[in-house]
Ligand binder design. Structure first.
Ligand code: SAH
Ligand code: SF4
Length: 365
């Protein structure tokens, strides 16, 4: 913004004024930016615009969650979800329309991939949530206290735009969120994770979901390229680069009969021995076409107990917003798939329905 204003022959401090108008007051009309000179406002109107993304649809769940379907430039739409909890409000933001990584349990992955979101489309989701929740302006209470990059897409495959948007989230003159309250979640794009420390000090979540390479490669295909050992090495290096002592969040989805056996919990406890982390267990959220089932409550609490007994902090993510399809892994937007995966998937669903193919069970040693 400073560079842009310098180009206009303006002083760099005007950048702060503009950022505040846009991101703290939610103003889109340059004429309302009253501390900016008339001449500059006229010039801004000629060469720039403040254009928030358009909301296509809005869903409100009985549990207080909201989901917005937001249109992006490529013509696809993505989903943004607000989850209120006691004392905080978490916004789950998308980074891509679809996802190219195709994890076996994820509805977004099954949609295929269309496009990377621009920086504006990513930060625009936070802007929209603030507007929709009535939080712009000095006197309104802040309702979005946390941001998680856990919507549609793999944030580290849209690296530059995600890093730019995240820095606006944490910028005092914009949203001023603390680095502990902005979380980037990745399924393990190791080379990008290795670079992350040079761009941000946001918090990190790792979508691990399996305690060994054999199983992880089956459900998180990117593991075939970057195996667990590499991923944990990179995770530790990122944590070590931070100026405070912080833990990674290890996300582990629990799918009945696939990765929820006691032996998996014991193996996981061993695997994470040298990684500063807390573990978040996510009961699988079903979506149309998936044959996976959520683990039983007994399996979930056994899994938690084994990890707790091994000394870990373990939380179980409560399912929120599933009546509006806003729960983890249910986000699909309207993705105009360029990879043809969605067509393949639809064909497969059809085949499965006809032949009733059983879910593949994995051997437990
Ligand atoms: N691509 C990134 C961020 C988006 S996914 C990543 O994978 O980390 C956000 C989280 O939702 C991930 O932990 C993901 O594994 C989880 N998730 C995906 N599908 C799910 C499902 N069907 N039920 C529960 N969680 C799911
Ligand atoms: Fe992509 Fe994450 Fe879904 Fe995997 S879990 S397909 S990386 S969005």
């Amino acid at each position: 913004m400073e560079a842009f204003l310098l180009e206009q022959g303006e002083k760099p401090f005007r950048a702060i004024q503009l950022l505040k108008w846009i991101h703290q007051y939610g103003v889109t009309d340059f004429d309302e930016m009253t501390n900016i000179s008339k001449a500059l406002r006229v010039r801004l109107k000629e060469c720039a615009e403040v254009r928030p993304p358009q909301i296509r649809e809005r869903y409100d769940a009985a549990d207080g969650c909201h989901k917005w379907i937001v249109e992006v430039a490529s013509g696809s739409s993505v989903e943004t979800v607000f989850i209120p909890e006691a004392g905080r409000g978490t916004l789950c933001i998308s980074s891509q329309a679809g996802c190219s990584l195709d994890c076996s349990f994820c509805a977004t992955g099954k949609q295929g991939f269309n496009s990377d979101l621009t920086t504006a489309e990513i930060i625009g989701q936070l802007w929209l949530a603030n507007r929709e929740l009535g939080c712009f302006g000095t006197k309104s209470p802040r309702r979005v206290t946390n941001v998680v990059m856990m919507g549609m897409g793999e944030p580290l495959l849209n690296f530059d735009n995600v890093m730019n948007a995240v820095s606006l989230m944490m910028e005092d003159n914009c949203y001023g969120l603390s680095k502990r309250r902005v979380t980037i979640s990745t399924s393990g794009v190791v080379p990008a994770l290795d670079r992350m420390k040079d761009y941000t000090d946001a918090s990190l979540a790792i979508s691990l979901h399996a305690p060994n390479d054999e199983l992880r490669s089956q459900i998180v295909p990117i593991n075939r390229k970057y195996p667990i050992r590499e991923l944990l090495r990179s995770t530790n290096a990122y944590l070590a680069s931070l100026s405070d002592s912080r833990q990674a969040t290890i996300e582990y989805i629990l799918i009945a009969g696939v990765n929820d056996h006691r032996q998996h919990a014991r193996e996981l406890a061993e695997l994470l021995r040298n990684t500063p982390c807390k573990i978040n267990l996510i009961p699988f959220n079903p979506f149309t076409g998936s044959q996976y089932k959520r683990s039983s409550n007994a399996a979930i609490s056994n899994f938690q107990k084994i990890l707790r007994d091994a000394g870990y902090t373990v939380t179980i993510r409560t399912t929120r917003g599933d009546e509006i399809g806003a729960a983890c892994g249910q986000l699909v937007g309207m993705v105009d798939d360029t990879t043809r995966r969605s067509a393949r998937y639809r064909a497969l669903m059809q085949q499965d329905a006809e032949q009733s193919v059983p879910v593949r069970r994995l051997k437990i040693q």
